[in-house]
Ligand binder design. Structure first.
Ligand code: NI
Ligand code: MN
Length: 229
């Protein structure tokens, strides 16, 4: 069984696992890096890490068109239900896991903000640790600064880690290297960079540095490209 991961630019991710299609932080409209239209993507589940506009993105129209279930923290899941009329939502909170048909999903710590686009309180931001039905652990850090508890996440045995390197709003390249040292993933994919000039980074230089200093293999994708684990 393979798990097909796709990077759509910025922090917008796709994952096909156990025959289900997942979208994470589906920001297509106004995303200069996106190669796909929000009118054409398919989803069974949509995961939203925090309330910022570049992560809530096109969740509402995609969920309404596809009937996907939206998974987020309790505050954001309730906001989608009460403010946008989404009927299929599932709220969790940091540290809590739930068994879905596509695998076991735990919300992880993230050091960041989470105000929703209309100014409402979006609760605490999170990352996602997914244990697939074939037992692989995939970690999606989404927007976060470096935190020492990445060591605890690494203790779970990470197959694939997807982490930000853009700096300014999230970890930059130097802290992202320290994150890899704590997470010890087999494979790491950098995201949340080059969307705008403010978060421009040289991912190939980062790959060289990480592969010299750790055992992780770095896969640098272009927006729209996929990688299977
Ligand atoms: Ni953010
Ligand atoms: Mn962001």
């Amino acid at each position: 069984m393979t798990n097909k991961f796709t990077w759509y630019g910025h922090a917008t991710l796709g994952l096909e696992t156990s025959g289900f299609k997942l979208l994470i932080d589906p920001f297509f409209t106004d995303n200069p890096a996106a190669t796909v239209s929000p009118d054409s993507v398919e989803a069974d589940f949509i995961l939203v890490s925090h309330g910022h506009g570049d992560h809530v993105g096109d969740t509402v129209p995609i969920a309404k068109r596809t009937g996907a279930t939206v998974i987020s923290n309790f505050e954001i899941a309730s906001w989608f239900e009460e403010k946008h009329g989404l009927e299929k939502t599932h709220g969790q909170h940091v540290g809590g896991g739930h068994k879905y048909p596509f695998g076991y999903l735990k919300l992880t710590l993230a050091l960041h903000g989470s105000k929703l686009p209309d100014g409402e309180n979006g609760g605490n931001p999170c990352g996602f640790l997914l244990t697939t039905n074939d037992g692989k652990k995939l970690y999606f850090a989404q927007d976060t600064g470096l935190f020492g508890d990445m060591k605890l996440i690494g203790e779970e045995g990470i197959e694939l880690a997807v982490i930000p390197i853009g700096d300014n709003y999230t970890m930059g390249p130097a802290d992202a290297l320290r994150a890899v040292k704590m997470l010890e993933p087999k494979v790491v994919i950098p995201i949340h960079y080059n969307t705008w000039d403010l978060i421009a980074q040289d991912a190939d230089a980062w790959k060289e540095l990480v592969e010299k200093e750790t055992k992780a293999k770095v896969v640098v994708l272009k927006p729209g490209e996929s990688f299977s684990v």
